[in-house]
Design a protein around this ligand. Structure first.
Ligand code: SF4
Length: 366
């Protein structure tokens, strides 16, 4: 469980299992939810309230985000990694040739993304401290900040000073998945490499927030452990960050992990209804926070959730280094994509649903 959570796993289970229909109705009627309301809304009993939760979540979404949907794309610059996460095909234990893009290759990839009219870019790299140094990432930021109005990072956890350097180089957001908040399971799934250290990972957003990052993205991997316990930790982690990094915005993602080519099978698969319930609950409990729906989900589900609760979605994503311009079809992607629509198709779907696409929502010049 999240280390600062004041309740044991057994107490969280008891709170989840004892939520009554009356308690859930009370939580839904509140103007501002607290942590116990979040537990009520993700409880097994809340499944009966999906229609009411859809209505409430949509109202919260509209209040804070109107009809806007922001669009971004991930740019994988390396699949080299010194860790051996059991659920990831980038693991060091999988033997295939790794690719680290040069600055020139990154520029070509970024130009291809920009040509699709994407103005918000997430730079993604595996964990390889020697070959993917902070200095190199700073060069990437300096090169790309003139091309994109918003740059964010999904990289190995860093010390606060390094986050500060990256922020100064042009990166304004950090996305970092805790994978699982279950300390024992975390050890088992991360047998070697720097990622073994749970504590260094779990306090990454705190360090990034102190270093000035404006967006703090957080998630666990859905499928590794019981999702309700993980969601209880995610909620507690978000409240902690809101308190200690009040100048930054918390952004949730709900990535479902799938079987990998390396043979990994999720032990606790999460169904569509359960994922929907969790996303609605987080929108209701954290109405001001960002929420991303990734290309791991199919188009129908994404289009529905972006109307009900999510406000940010990726489009035309490629999850291989070189996937946009350098043609690397034979490379190994980090996970399976389930929405292969172009940016135009995604944007048309958003407009058909009466929503508005926002490409640029931040301007450094102002
Ligand atoms: S999940 Fe991240 S750290 Fe783990 S093997 Fe994959 S790329 Fe490396």
């Amino acid at each position: 469980m999240f280390p600062e959570l004041k309740f044991s796993e057994a107490e969280i289970r008891r709170l989840l299992n004892s939520a009554t229909p009356e308690a859930i109705q009370n939580s839904l009627a509140k103007a501002k939810c607290n942590y116990f309301d979040l537990l009520n809304l993700i409880s097994p009993a809340a499944m009966e309230f999906l229609p009411q939760m859809r209505e409430k979540a949509q109202a919260c979404r509209r209040r804070y985000y109107g009809k806007t949907v922001t669009i971004y794309a991930p740019l994988y610059i390396s699949n080299s990694c010194v860790n051996a996460c059991k659920y990831c095909d980038f693991s060091i234990r999988h033997k295939y040739e790794r690719k680290i893009l040069t600055l020139d290759e990154i520029r070509q990839e970024a130009d291809a993304v920009r040509a699709m009219n994407i103005d918000s870019l997430l730079i993604v790299a595996g964990e390889d401290p020697i070959r993917m140094s902070v200095d190199f990432l700073c060069e990437v930021g300096s090169m790309l900040k003139e091309k994109f109005s918003y740059l964010s990072l999904e990289i190995a956890p860093q010390e606060e000073d390094n986050y500060r350097k990256l922020f100064e180089a042009g990166f304004e957001g950090l996305t970092l998945f805790q994978e699982t908040y279950n300390q024992e399971l975390y050890k088992e799934l991360h047998p070697v490499g720097p990622k073994r250290v749970y504590d260094f990972r779990v306090w990454s957003q705190l360090r990034a927030g102190k270093a000035g990052m404006r967006n703090l993205g957080m998630a666990f991997l859905l499928g590794l452990d019981e999702w309700r316990l993980e969601a209880a930790s995610l909620g507690a982690h978000a409240i902690y960050l809101q308190k200690h990094c009040y100048e930054s915005k918390v952004q949730f993602a709900f990535p479902r992990i799938t079987a990998t080519d390396g043979g990994f099978q999720p032990a606790h698969p999460v169904g569509d209804d359960e994922l929907e319930l969790m996303m609605l609950a987080f929108r209701i409990a954290f109405p001001e926070c960002g929420m991303t729906i990734s290309t791991r989900e199919c188009p129908e589900f994404r289009d529905r959730m972006v109307q009900l609760c999510a406000d940010n979605m990726s489009a035309a994503s490629r999850v291989t280094p070189g996937g946009y311009a350098l043609l690397a079809d034979e490379d190994v992607g980090q996970f399976t994509l389930n929405d292969s629509r172009s940016v135009e198709e995604v944007e048309n779907a958003i407009r058909r649903n009466g929503q508005e696409v926002i490409r640029k929502y931040w301007d450094r010049a102002l």
